[in-house]
Design a protein around this ligand. Structure first.
Ligand code: LER
Ligand code: MN
Length: 271
């Protein structure tokens, strides 16, 4: 398993669950100094990232891109794949496609978290899932055909969406789609709210697990809450997971302490 840490480039998400907020150069330098393998980036738009600059930083520091989030499209524009407004759904798809292209250039997957939206008033669940399914199908096939990457879909806790809240329901629904390009992003913070047994949920999802948000029960660094990480990492090992444990966490008590605690926990549980 590999370690990653989040770098947020969206000022509106300053209070969100991201560790570094002072730009790519700063985030990469701090990540590398602590020995992280990769950064996970949360940009306001694909074209806000200077590709040559990022490649230079990755080369200089010996880092990879673990994944790139598409949630800026929600935070800034309120676009989602399940809006009743066809124009908004189209904006959401275009935005995610551009994030797939940005991430794909670095061999990394894009993340669909908050861009999934929710079943809104006046829309049936069946209709919302049809829109979501079409979106994930098109975008998943696009990622595979254009970059050979998977697309990450993240179930969120009940306070953030009413689409899918737990791993089992997500896995069962993804298996009904025609595309096989989707993988589940399992965020341990959301799982702490929704799952009776985090390790069992990961074991049951098996090869569908494609990325982990490595967060404690209180969305702080692993080790600063009450989640028992040992059986979770054991379950990941059991299913042959060799992807990232990526710290999408609150920068508390401050960014550097959260990052240091994360890498210490990563080493403690994975070696
Ligand atoms: C995104 O990865 C996520 O976990 C959501 O809670 C948005 O903050
Ligand atoms: Mn997450």
């Amino acid at each position: 398993m590999k370690s990653a840490i989040t770098v947020c480039l969206v000022p509106e998400a300053r209070s969100g669950p991201f560790v570094f907020h002072e730009g790519l150069a700063d985030g990469c330098a701090r990540a590398a100094a602590l020995g992280f393998d990769a950064v996970e980036i949360f940009p306001p738009a694909a074209n806000a990232v200077d590709i040559a600059e990022l490649q230079g930083l990755l080369d200089h520091h010996g880092l990879k891109v673990a994944a790139i989030g598409s949630g800026g499209g929600w935070v800034i524009h309120k676009w989602t794949l399940t809006s009743p407004d066809a124009e908004i759904r189209a904006h959401a798809r275009d935005f995610i496609r551009s994030i797939i292209d940005l991430a794909g250039g670095f061999g990394a997957p894009a993340i669909i978290g908050s861009m999934q939206g929710r079943v809104e008033n006046g829309v049936t669940r069946e209709q919302a899932l049809a829109w979501l399914g079409e979106g994930l199908h098109d975008l998943g096939e696009y990622a595979a055909a254009t970059h050979g990457t998977k697309l990450l879909y993240e179930p969120l806790n009940r306070y953030e969406t009413n689409l899918f809240n737990n791993i089992a329901d997500t896995a069962a629904w993804l298996r009904t789609l025609k595309t096989h390009r989707l993988r589940i992003l399992a965020d341990l913070f959301h799982m702490n709210i929704e799952e009776p047994d985090l390790a069992a949920a990961l074991r049951a999802a098996g090869a569908l697990v494609g990325h982990i948000h490595f967060a404690d029960s209180n969305r702080r660094a692993i080790g600063l809450g009450h989640t028992n990480a040992a059986p979770i990492v054991a379950a990941l090992r059991e299913i042959g997971y060799d992807g990232y444990l990526s710290a999408e966490i609150l920068p508390l008590p401050d960014s550097d302490t959260a990052a240091r605690q994360t890498i210490e926990s990563f080493r403690k549980f994975t070696t």
